[in-house]
Ligand binder design. Structure first.
Ligand SMILES: [Zn+2]
Length: 169
């Protein structure tokens, strides 16, 4: 409870009173004045909303574009990319419709010397058949240490290239 000045007789009146006890004039409450703490609270709220908006926009931007497979390729060792490109070429040569082939990026599986790439069925390697239908394809491709010579290519169990070194265990 606070005391305010009566607008008619200027005597102190409780702000809870409906009228001035002295002159009977109706008590008119002054418009609420924003205190320092109120202003500070408003600023905090404002800044909070701003931060939330920034977070939201940032979040949306991060969510929106799925990382392109090319981004993964770009961050990989250049020799591995070269070897994968050699395999892509060999796969295109093996395909009935070279332009209808889809070769997704895959990592090099070789543990020592040369390169090996494998796509299991369902990995996204597709080849178009004579009717233009995309056929889920399995393929394994082995590249020599030079990174460009394909020495092994097996597509759906068919050995298309098989020049693997004989001494290989
Ligand atoms: Zn009064």
């Amino acid at each position: 409870m606070a005391l305010i000045k009566c607008s008619e007789c200027a005597s102190d009146v409780s702000d809870k009173a409906k009228s001035c006890p002295k002159c009977g004039a109706p008590v008119v409450l002054p418009p609420p004045v924003l205190t320092r703490t109120d202003t500070a609270k408003m600023w905090l709220m404002f800044l909070g909303l701003g931060a939330a908006a920034v977070w939201f926009i940032h979040h949306e931007l991060n969510e929106a574009p799925a990382p392109e497979p090319t981004a993964a390729v770009a961050s990989t060792a250049p020799y591995e990319i070269q070897a994968l490109a050699a395999c892509s070429k060999a796969l295109k040569r093996a395909a009935k419709n070279p332009s209808g082939i889809n070769i997704p990026y895959t990592t090099d599986l070789a543990t020592a010397g040369g390169y090996m790439f494998n796509w299991d069925k369902g990995d996204g390697l597709t080849m178009q058949n004579g009717f233009g239908a995309k056929i889920d394809t399995q393929a394994t491709c082995v590249v020599a240490e030079d990174g460009t010579t394909v020495i092994g290519l097996v597509v759906d169990g068919k050995k298309l290239i098989y020049n693997l070194p004989k001494h290989k265990k």
